[in-house]
Design a protein around this ligand. Sequence first.
Ligand code: AMP
Length: 144
Amino acid sequence: MSLDGRYDADNIFAKIIRGEIPSVKVFEDDKVLAFMDVFPQSRGHALVISKTSQARNILEIEPQALAEVAVAAQKLAKAVVAALKPDGVVVTQFNGAPAGQTVFHLHVHVIPRYEGAELGRHGAGGMADVEELKALAEKISAAL
Ligand code: AMP
């Protein structure tokens, strides 16, 4: 999907918000949800989404919802760093398929980087073990 088009209310993150499919949550409130990426590019890769906005990308999102997601992304990044002690952390997001976006509900990636560890390929890695993700999510949420 390019930058043109419409929000699909049946995208995978909309289903996660509605509880129709499972996710490994790190934290949530009525505005935002942070959860583990199931195809992580590194150990502790997590995502933040707005629960109120139906924006596909940064061009569409309402400023207030964007601010909520940004604050939540910082909160998540701080907790990931405190819990997992990476050497660096990438905070990023993609807009439109040609830019690398695969799920069309705006989200921010928080990807810890470890010295000497290669980054997994975006959208091409294997599915993580759910029990391992739960253990990581617990560790990260304990550091909030
Ligand atoms: P993007 O390619 O920027 O749109 O990112 C979408 C991200 O969502 C990718 O990193 C996927 O690994 C991740 N992802 C896809 N399906 C799920 C899911 N059911 N639960 C958690 N993360 C997912």
